[in-house]
Design a protein around this ligand. Sequence first.
Ligand code: WQD
Length: 352
Amino acid sequence: MKKVIVTGGCGFIGSHTVVELQQKGYTVVIADDLSNSTPSVVENIGRITGEKPILEIVDLSDRTACLRFFKVHSDADAVIHFAAAKAVGESVSKPLHYYRNNIGSLLNVLDAMERSSCRTFVFSSSCTVYGQPDHLPVTEQTPRKPACSPYGNTKQVCEDVLADLVASCRTDKGKGGALSGASWKILSLRYFNPIGAHPSALIGELPNGEPNNLMPYITQTAAGIRPLLKVFGNDYPTPDGTPVRDYIHVCDLAEAHVKAMEYMQENGFEGMDCFNLGTGRGYSVLEVIGSFERVTGIKLAYEIAGRRDGDIAQIWADAGKAERLLGWKARRTLDEMTLSAWKWQENLQKKI
Ligand code: WQD
């Protein structure tokens, strides 16, 4: 297997996955509408790996454009699908955009793949499908909960679309009918909280406008771009009162995608499965701030504010299944995550 299509490959997790794929010898074609990224990401991937991936600017929610793109690249061996809108808060104010874009793009990509011979598909999902779990850590058997945001619901609906697609092939096979194409190989990867940046500091998280997520808000506050960080609530049922999340280095996450894709090519895997991609350890907001201050020597300006709507108190993964089946385990520490995020922010400042 040599050629991989990465949709949303100019994004935060997508760009780090493209680097990992290229460094493992794969040829990568990126399909990205650049709605939340810039072409400079392709230049910087080239500086890291020595080879610029092919970038095709395409809106995958536009069915005609999507089918045209996949017809040109019908020789791909696998697709890793990151392309989606992902701001939880924005999804509450723009639900139609999120359903049309996130679900529409997936349907178009799957339609296009059915017209090719490519049936290996990695889906970028999220731990938001679990809502606030009743028991921790969460395993892949932990029941999904009604999503607390349209964004989270699009991830659940997309997982259901994929499961129904796989079931339809099984049914097809059961009736002795000719398969509607070779059997699908699909993995849904449920990310916890990806943070940090590539050690080169040439790629990293680049939110449009005011960041929603904690880590870029911390680095922009430390850089003087934001006056201070608001810590959304310290009255949660957690050790220090601030919410707990399973933060995972984006490079660990990128490595997991390559392992997942290769896993489907071996062992005669068919059908669909899902994996939690976390470290198995939760950290509170104050612990993340503490790590940042320790590794950078910067005293961060922050204040305790009210809770943010939609936030859950705590979640962290049981990542044992990915270790057992994929041979993957997150290995970078919280300090490596926060320091790499700061190095990336410093490099961004140099370009301004
Ligand atoms: C983390 C903690 C906030 C900003 C994200 C993605 C979601 C999914 C899971 C991939 C929370 C607190 C934040 C700030 C704060 N990932 N915070 N002040 O909400 O866990 O979800 O990871 O699919 O898509 O959005 O991440 O970074 O927004 O928040 O106190 O200015 O930091 O309350 O406790 P979240 P986050």
